[in-house]
Design a protein around this ligand. Structure first.
Ligand code: EPZ
Length: 418
């Protein structure tokens, strides 16, 4: 069984570049279907979720080749409209292919993505948006069958600024005749990156980053090349790692504005944060102190994906921090694992009260989900003794070369295949 072993106590120092964003490259890989031509994607991270997306593209008939961090997709030969059940189970966010397959072929078949470790993960907003654009949607025996005789632009109103529903609506709307307006759209930077890629293909999309996105569908789309943005959640994870271990690190290639809420919390905890156009640095000399309540919210609020790493860093601090997880109903599973390391955390529904302790100690712990797994690494860096982490498949979905990167910053961390 694969295991990460961390020997806590080393301070971190040095400079690293942050790899491409998982939550940007996944919808962009789906969007590459729309052009029927060649898309050259630079700064693609080497992650198992990216591998799964490439498998889906190849299943659909696309030709995909990978050269280092560049992925080239030729969606000309696409000749299918279904996503295999195995791949839907492997990666529930494959639902992001729905709008693109439907827009390109007029139909799309996939099994219901179902829930995951974080909760039920409904897709009602995705389906109502596609229905409003002119798709008929049949749900039988756990399968989704979407069809259309032609999508047409519509005014969509999302009751929740859902990232995935916004993305599915944008991709389908590119193939819909006329104007689509998405109200209460998600404002995440990954949505802006998706707009950038769609525009590079010749789509007429504007407003991403605001709550209202407009798409003039039906434009002829062509091949393009595009560079994926840096992963702001991976950057947040490295910042919390340096806060937990102490030291001074600089992250290159990131837009510090995307990290403002994370940086504000770490600064309040006693870290010193500096930033420039495409870098951010953190130095932490002494211990951390508790901060004002950390409430997760849609962007530009505190990112739910940074909640677990932030909790891991603040588990060892002077004072108490209250977390309120407003996005997912079951996103505190890492708390029990942190408590095995000596953390003092009380979870009540969406609220977790973290009473900072003076020391954490190493323990055998198990990753419960992607960001929860990263949180255990963060905690191990600041703990006394050795922490052994299993469940690495979760971590490998979203972090490329995590151990190597932390080792280059001075951490004593390695991966074993026992
Ligand atoms: C995306 O998930 C990200 N995943 C998640 O990152 C991230 O946590 C989330 O956005 C929020 O920022 C990818 O981009 C691949 P949502 P998504 O739709 O699109 C509810 C990670 O760790 N909802 O914005 O699934 C939903 O239940 C992952 O990298 C509905 O009710 O998130 C949740 O409570 C985890 N109906 C809230 O909206 C719907 O149809 C926000 O979900 C859709 C969503």
């Amino acid at each position: 069984m694969k295991e990460i072993r961390v020997l806590g106590g080393n301070r971190l120092s040095g400079t690293v570049s942050v790899h491409g964003a998982k939550n940007s490259v996944l919808p962009i890989l789906a969007a590459s279907i729309l052009s029927g031509a060649e898309s050259v994607l630079h700064n693609c991270p080497d992650l198992t979720d990216v591998d799964a997306s490439i498998e889906i593209l190849e299943h659909l008939g696309c030709r995909v080749k990978r050269e280092g961090s560049t992925v080239v997709v030729d969606s000309g030969p696409l000749n299918r409209c279904d996503v295999p059940d195995r791949l839907m189970r492997e990666m529930r966010s494959s639902v992001i292919f729905l709008g693109a397959i439907l827009g390109r072929t007029g139909q799309a078949h996939m099994s219901f993505p179902g829930g995951c470790e974080l909760g039920s993960r409904p897709i009602d907003l995705h389906l109502s948006a596609l229905g409003a654009l002119g798709a008929s949607i049949e749900e039988t025996g756990g399968n989704l069958i979407c069809r259309t005789h032609g999508l047409r632009g519509w005014e969509l109103n999302l009751s929740i600024p859902s990232v995935g529903a916004t993305e599915n609506a944008m991709l389908a709307a590119c193939c819909a005749r006329g104007l689509t307006v998405i109200n209460n759209a998600a404002r995440e930077p990954e949505i802006v990156d998706l707009q950038g890629f769609l525009r590079a293909m010749g789509a007429r999309v504007r407003g991403a980053g605001s709550s209202t996105i407009l798409i003039e569908g039906g434009q002829p789309l062509h091949g393009c090349s595009y560079t994926i943005m840096a992963d702001r959640i991976v950057a947040a994870t490295y910042l919390t790692a340096a806060a937990a271990a102490g030291g001074e690190i600089r992250l290159l290639g990131v837009d510090y504005r995307q990290l403002s809420t994370v940086a504000a919390a770490l600064s309040q905890a006693g870290c010193s944060i500096r930033s420039g156009n495409d870098w951010i640095s953190l130095s932490c000399r002494g211990g951390l102190r508790g901060v004002c309540p950390v409430r997760t919210a849609p962007y530009p609020g505190f990112p739910t994906d940074a909640q677990a790493p932030m909790m891991a860093a603040l588990a060892k601090s002077r004072g108490t921090t209250v977390f309120v997880e407003n996005i997912f109903e079951n996103r505190y599973r890492h708390a029990a694992e942190l408590m095995r390391m000596g953390a003092d955390i009380r979870v009540e529904g969406r609220v977790a009260v973290v009473c900072g302790v003076e020391k954490l100690h190493g323990a055998a712990v198990q990753a419960t989900d992607l960001r929860g797994g990263a949180a255990l690494v963060v905690a191990g860096l600041g703990a006394e003794g050795e922490t052994r982490i299993t469940g690495l498949d979760h971590i490998d979905r979203g972090y490329e070369n995590l151990e190597e990167t932390l080792r280059s910053l001075g951490a004593e961390i390695r991966r074993l295949d026992r």
